[in-house]
Design a protein around this ligand. Structure first.
Ligand code: FES
Length: 153
């Protein structure tokens, strides 16, 4: 093994998750209360409803260095604002087409639906998306980080 290989750190994806307050955030909270193990790669952003999410929020997350983005809302038919999750689904699909046009894999963005009682499902979908994004590698939109030796100068 060469010296440079031994210093190589494996790629750990950075994810941003937009969660609706009523279902997905409660499920994530439950996963924490249950002390379920899941990758620490995700930063959660709570929204009143996924219907409040606009395309700019998603694109900004990628622009700021996320390798993957998760949207998690209530199950279809259970949105507390009636159709917010359906609006979000439509926006997510539109952003996926946009990502493909600019050369980013649309698989980096995924929407999930879950109830507030699905703590274990939250842990499972974080694991699933981390693995999906890990297989894709670092986002091409991510600005290269300075090498450690340069960062400490
Ligand atoms: Fe949960 Fe609308 S309140 S998606």
């Amino acid at each position: 093994m060469t010296e440079s290989t031994s210093q190589h750190t494996p790629f750990e994806p950075r994810l941003v998750a937009f969660l609706c307050h009523y279902c997905a955030f409660a499920a994530a909270d439950m996963a924490g209360s249950m002390r379920l193990q899941y990758p620490p790669n995700v930063r959660n952003i709570r929204l009143p409803c996924t219907g409040k999410l606009d395309a700019g929020h998603i694109l900004r997350a990628f622009e700021e260095g996320a390798d993957g983005v998760m949207i998690a809302g209530c199950e279809e038919g259970s949105c507390h604002f009636l159709k917010g999750n359906l609006v979000a689904k439509s926006r997510v699909n539109w952003v996926k087409t946009l990502l493909a046009k600019v050369g980013l894999e649309p698989e980096r963005l995924h929407m999930y639906n879950l109830s507030s009682a699905m703590g274990p499902r939250w842990a499972a979908i974080v694991q699933e998306h981390v693995e999906r994004v890990r297989a894709l590698g670092p986002s091409p939109a991510r600005a290269p980080r300075p090498a450690k030796s340069e960062a400490t100068k």
